[in-house]
Write a protein of this length. Sequence first.
Length: 219
Amino acid sequence: MKVRLPLLLVLITGIFGALPFLIPHHVIQTADNEFRNSVLVIIGAFSLVLGVGSIIRHHMDKVRRKREHWGYSWVLLISLLITSIIGLFGGIDGNGSLPTHIGNFHFDIQTIFIRMEVPLGATMFSILAFFMSSAAYRSFKARSFEATLLLLTAFIVMFGSVPLSAYLIPKLPHFAEWILTVPSTAAKRGMGFGIALGGLATSLKIILGIERGWLGGTK
């Protein structure tokens, strides 16, 4: 029963989730919308609690054992607590029960996202750009024809994105843009088709009970 019930639930929900894409009847579409607006929200709420609880448990254990860089765990936990309080009582756009602002700082999630999350993300990506350039320089070695082609393509795309290239070689930015829009897009679509077929095959194996690894190793 411990195995049959989860397999039966996965079979029913898998078929129910695939029907709206196959049958465009208004009854099935309405039922699918109700399912998405109710059941998936409940699952998302439980997943949120599970994820937050896992993060807190992991970092509390790291602080308690004083593992490497445990001070950053305190930063994460305090930030999580403050952000949660602001989100619960301040609301998304400052319409919560907390005071709406102190000076120019508003107690709402939207302000935190715009004034803190976006600049931090931009800073991280700007730092990653240097690491990516360094890794590309060390990795792209012309040891074969494919590696040489990859090296030349990467050089053209990177140099074509610099404004200086338009003054030195006027047609190079257009050629770099063509590489990104035509060959690169075609390759990404091929990869997307392959990923979609692999996901479809894996989903069918799970729905039909062939793949049971998600049950925790049950044969």
